[in-house]
Write a protein that binds this ligand. Sequence first.
Ligand SMILES: Nc1ncnc2c1ncn2[C@@H]1O[C@H](COP(=O)(O)OP(=O)(O)OP(=O)(O)O)[C@@H](O)[C@H]1O
Ligand SMILES: [Mg+2]
Length: 233
Amino acid sequence: MLEASELYASYGRIPVLHGISLTASPDRYLGIIGRNGVGKTTLLRSLIGLMPLTRGEVRLKGMPISDSQTHEIALMGVAYVPENRGVFPSLTVLESLTLAARKPLRSGEEWTLERVFEVFPRLAERRTNRGDQLSGGEQQMLAIGRALLTNPQLLILDEPTEGLAPLIVIQIRKVLRSLRGSGLTIVIVDQNLETVFSIADHVALISRGTVVAEGSTEKMANDHSLLNQYLGV
Ligand SMILES: Nc1ncnc2c1ncn2[C@@H]1O[C@H](COP(=O)(O)OP(=O)(O)OP(=O)(O)O)[C@@H](O)[C@H]1O
Ligand SMILES: [Mg+2]
């Protein structure tokens, strides 16, 4: 589904990504971990054309997308849930969700408003509330609900459980896990390691713009000296 090879990117003259290669598929959800400021968000943005690459290639379903515009990539079935959630403050929950909805590219199980309200009942309760009246957790549910309503094939999530209350974290993990088997692919970045480990099959550890270690989630989650060395946990 997604193949990134040898990605390089810089902010002005400051290099941020130094030759990162990654893959993700429906049976290989990818988790990306690393300390603050190592380039995780920049990496995700580079996958979807929001950050220009100085070198490297991104392929989606075998097609090169490195030169495509973000909206073209979205139409190819990629949904991005950004770190700041990107919730429109003046739109109601219902308006935001309705605006996002798109038909799936392939036939099969389809995300509808009803289904989003089923997995996030809180959004149904808050349907007439505006974005700026929602709690952080509700905004995150809205951001994920909106992404699902585009009926994506690839869902890219930047810190979906960062700073949220434990019960909401559990609910969001559960919803993301429930997507398995639906043909969707997930790429997830989170500071909350438990979130990444509970969703990803394969984990890449990033430090200073390169992948310093990667492997199955089980292997990475149990490599305590590695996690301690790079994340201080
Ligand atoms: N718009 C920008 N202009 C210049 N430098 C930037 C910009 N955005 C990020 N950086 C720098 O690039 C590096 C990588 O940032 P990035 O946001 O990708 O890291 P991150 O791993 O997502 O961090 P965090 O855990 O804080 O979300 C950091 O040193 C950051 O200060
Ligand atoms: Mg970030």
